[in-house]
Design a protein around this ligand. Structure first.
Ligand SMILES: Nc1nc2c(ncn2[C@@H]2O[C@H](COP(=O)(O)OP(=O)(O)OP(=O)(O)O)[C@@H](O)[C@H]2O)c(=O)[nH]1
Ligand SMILES: [Mg+2]
Length: 294
C-alpha cells in the first residue's frame, strides 16, 4: 500500500539481515537516512502485525508529529492521483521529502502513516477512493483534507449528501477544462453559503484546477499553506491531533479487549455462553459478565 516513492538516493539494504529480518532500531535509523528498503520493511512489519510492532511503535513515538499530512478524497476518476502527482512535484521542487500512501481502509494505515512521519517525511499525502468510511477515516488522520470534485458527474451534489462538507478543508474542482466546471463551483459556493461560517472558523475555499496541465496547483498550494497557518494559530491542529490520538488509543484498547475476551466468532467461550443464553440457562448480562471476567 505504501508507495512511499523515494525522492532520495537509496542507500542499499544494510539494515536488513539474513532472510530480511532486521533489528527495528537499525531499520528506523536507516529509514530516517532515506533508505527506501528499510522504510518498506518497517511499513510491512506494522501492516502485517509483526510481533515487533510494539517495539517499533515505542521506538518511533518520539520521532512522530513533524509531518504535514494531507488527505485527498473524492469519487473515482475525479483526479486524485493527478492532483497528488502535481502537489508532489511542487513540494519536492521545494526540497521537501514527500511520501504518498494509497489507502485501503481495511488495513491499519494509521500505523504506516506513523512510520513515514517518523522516517522524517515533511509531507505525507494519503488518498482513497469512494464515498464512505474511508473518507471519514482520512479526514480524521489528515491535517488538511482536500475534497476533489469534477464537473458533470453530479459530484458536488453527491458530496453535499455524503456529508463531505464536514470533512473538507479545501474543495478542488478539478477538470476545469471540461464543461460544467463553473456550475460545480457555483453549487459548492451555494452550499458553503448555506452552511454559514462564524468569525474565526475556517471556511473551505474552492480551488479550480486542471491538474493534467498543472493549472490551479499553485493556488492550491497557497490555500494549503494558509490552512496550515490557520491550524496552528487557531489551536485546531492540536485539537485534531489529540482527537486522532484518543481514537487510536480507543481502537487499540478495544481490539485488545476483544482479543482478550475472545469475542471473535468461533471462539469457544463465547459459543459456550451463547448456547447457555439461547437455551435460557443464563441471562445475557450474566453471560457478558462472565465473558469479561474471563
Ligand atoms: N480533462 C481532464 N482530465 C483530467 C484532469 N485531471 C485528471 N484527468 C484525467 O482523469 C482521469 C482520472 O484521473 P486520476 O488522477 O487517475 O483520478 P483518480 O481520482 O485518482 O481516480 P481513481 O484512483 O481511479 O479513483 C485520468 O485519465 C486523468 O488523466 C483534468 O484536469 N482535466
Ligand atoms: Mg487514483
Amino acid at each position: 500500500m505504501a508507495e512511499a516513492g523515494a525522492p532520495w538516493p537509496g542507500r542499499g539494504a544494510q539494515a536488513l539481515g539474513p532472510g530480511g529480518t532486521a533489528d527495528p532500531a537499525g531499520l528506523v535509523a536507516a529509514a530516517r537516512d532515506g533508505d527506501p528498503r528499510a522504510l518498506a520493511r518497517l511499513v510491512s512489519l506494522v501492516e502485517n502485525g509483526s510481533p515487533r510492532l510494539r517495539e517499533i511503535m515505542k521506538l518511533i513515538a518520539p520521532l512522530t508529529g513533524q509531518a504535514r499530512i494531507i488527505g485527498l478524497t473524492g469519487a473515482p476518476g475525479v483526479g486524485k492521483s493527478t492532483v497528488t502527482g502535481a502537489l508532489v512535484r511542487v513540494y519536492r521542487g521545494e526540497g521537501l521529502r514527500v511520501g504518498v500512501l494509497a489507502v485501503d481502509p481495511t488495513s491499519p494505515f494509521s500505523q504506516a502513516l506513523r512510520i513515514l512521519d517518523a522516517a522524517g517525511f515533511d509531507v505525507i499525502m494519503i488518498a482513497t477512493l469512494g464515498v464512505g468510511q474511508a473518507e471519514v477515516a482520512i479526514a480524521s488522520l489528515a491535517d488538511s483534507t482536500l475534497v476533489i470534485v469534477a464537473p458533470g458527474m453530479g459530484d458536488s451534489v453527491q458530496a453535499a449528501k455524503a456529508g463531505i462538507l464536514e470533512i473538507a478543508d479545501i474543495f478542488v474542482v478539478n477538470k476545469s477544462d471540461r464543461p460544467g466546471a463553473q456550475e460545480a463551483v457555483r453549487d459548492l459556493r451555494t452550499m458553503l453559503a448555506m452552511a454559514g461560517y462564524g468569525p474565526g472558523e475556517w471556511k473551505p475555499p474552492i480551488v479550480s484546477a486542471t491538474a493534467v496541465r498543472g493549472e490551479g496547483i499553485d493556488d492550491l498550494v497557497g490555500r494549503l499553506q494558509a490552512h496550515g497557518a490557520w491550524l496552528g494559530e487557531s489551536g485546531e491542529r492540536d485539537r485534531r491531533r489529540l482527537a486522532r490520538a484518543s481514537e487510536e488509543i480507543s481502537a487499540i484498547a478495544v481490539a485488545a479487549l476483544r482479543e482478550r475476551i475472545g469475542v471473535l466468532p468461533g471462539e469457544s467461550q463465547l459459543e459456550d455462553l451463547a448456547g447457555q443464553v439461547a437455551a435460557g440457562k443464563l441471562d445475557p448480562y450474566a453471560a457478558a459478565d462472565e465473558l469479561i471476567g474471563g
